[in-house]
Design a protein around this ligand. Structure first.
Ligand SMILES: Nc1nc2c(ncn2[C@@H]2O[C@H](COP(=O)(O)OP(=O)(O)O)[C@@H](O)[C@H]2O)c(=O)[nH]1
Ligand SMILES: [Mg+2]
Length: 414
């Protein structure tokens, strides 16, 4: 072996070693250095944990004003954000003079003072000053509702919904209970059809039949209603179909004079009520009168006879004017409390009733009965009577009613 061969061999060997080393270095980046791997894993874990936000301190729930249901807005200035009730095209000939809203509210509140003094005041004082209520207090709420004049069924429904709605932590919050009762009351009263009668101008005469037990306030209410309709520009004729007592006819006559309405009276005491109404309808047609309001008798001790009589009256009316009576209004005396519910049930079985008028709310603590009546009978309240005077008949507005009823007793409205 000569020297050149040895040198070549050594060089070739060195070259081979270099190539092997280069190949090893190229493969190395494919595997992660163990410490790099750890760092990447830690970063990924961090990334996963990261979305968990820093526990932001919730706005303190003990800020009671924010948690409570917003105070019912004053319907006028205080509620600009709320869309105004759309003014429906009114069939009224003349727009009614809009009474001062504030004055109206004050009068309604005054008229409902006694009712407010009933179960609502008891609830208010039960909750006043409390920040938490327990199961025992809820039993007291239950007792108050059951002894209120709202009827057993409505009390039970309120309590059931209360327990259901206010389960869990809300159960301890007096404000939540208060606002729940208030909301449910509002919902019970806000069925379709509440509020004033809209006289259909295409119908002439528009016939309103007023029924109810004696003494509930039919004649007085008819007088107030006639005055109202006159003020709206309608010609009104009253039919004195409570023919059993001369005094009833005289009373309606006085009201017809006050209201500026005409009247058709029976020829003699005890005359057939239907014939008086038919006379009135004929006269109304001849004279182009807009509205006929028929008064009726309502003696409960002849219950079956009374219902027969009313059905007969109804049939006669419908024979003389198509689609009439256009409104059959049942007058109920709020001072009768739960008896008013029983009465309404009875009348509803015999007659199609479009609306209720609840009178004498000014003289009773039993006005809560309106909740029971609306809830059980599903007949809308058209008007309420809060006094004996002409202006004491109010269109029924559930929201204003609930507000007048609950607001002053609000547990925190000291
Ligand atoms: N305090 C008060 N008394 C009323 C109201 N509505 C009627 N009354 C009175 O209740 C009594 C009976 O009313 P009336 O119209 O004769 O009842 P009717 O027998 O059903 O016709 C009368 O003394 C009325 O003045 C009311 O809303 N409030
Ligand atoms: Mg009468």
């Amino acid at each position: 072996m000569d020297l050149s061969t040895i040198i070549f061999g050594v060089l070739a060997l060195a070259f081979l070693v270099l190539i092997i080393q280069a190949i090893r270095q190229m493969g190395a980046p494919l595997e992660m250095e163990p410490d790099e791997e750890e760092a990447a894993l830690a970063a990924a874990m961090e990334a996963e944990e990261e979305p968990e936000p820093e526990e932001e301190e919730e706005p303190e729930p003990s800020e009671p004003e924010e948690m409570r249901e917003p105070e019912p807005q004053q319907p006028t200035a205080a509620a600009p954000a709320e869309p105004e009730e759309p003014e429906e095209p009114s069939p009224r000939k003349k727009p009614r003079k809009q009474p001062d809203r504030k004055e109206e509210e004050a009068r309604l509140r005054k008229g409902l003072a006694k009712t407010r003094g009933g179960f609502i005041a008891r609830l208010g004082s039960l909750f006043r000053g409390k920040h938490e209520i327990d199961a025992e207090m809820l039993d007291e709420v239950e007792e108050i509702l059951f002894t209120a004049d709202i009827g057993v069924r409505t009390s039970q429904e309120l309590i059931d919904s209360l327990r259901k709605e206010l389960s869990g932590n809300k159960l301890g919050d007096p404000d939540a209970i208060w606002s729940h009762i208030r909301k449910r009351s509002d919902a019970m009263l806000s069925g379709p059809g509440f509020g004033a009668i809209e006289v259909d101008p295409r119908v002439k005469p528009f016939v309103i039949l007023v029924i109810g037990v004696n003494g509930t306030g039919k004649t007085t209410t008819i007088g107030k209603l006639a005055a109202r309709l006159k003020e709206e520009g309608h010609e009104v004729l009253l039919a004195a179909a409570d023919t059993f007592r001369a005094a009833a006819v005289e009373q309606l006559e006085i009201w017809s004079e006050r209201a500026g309405a005409s009247i058709v009276k029976p020829s003699k005491e005890g005359a057939d009520p239907s014939s008086v109404i038919v006379d009135a309808l004929k006269q109304a047609k001849d004279a182009g009168v807009d509205v006929v309001i028929a008064d009726t008798a309502g003696r409960l001790h002849t219950k079956a006879n009374l219902m027969d009589e009313l059905q007969k009256v109804r049939r006669s009316i419908s024979k003389w004017v198509d689609g009439a009576p256009h409104e059959t209004l049942l007058v109920l005396d709020a001072t009768m409390g739960q008896n008013a519910i029983a009465q309404a049930t009875l009348f509803k079985e015999a007659m199609d009733i479009n609306g209720l008028i609840l009178t004498k709310l000014d003289g009773t603590a039993k006005g809560g009965v309106v909740l029971g009546i609306c809830n059980e009978l599903k007949i809308p309240v058209r008007f309420i009577g809060i006094g004996e005077k002409m202006e004491d008949l109010r269109e029924f507005e559930p929201r204003a009613f609930v507000q007048a009823l609950y607001q002053a007793a609000e547990p925190r409205a000291d």
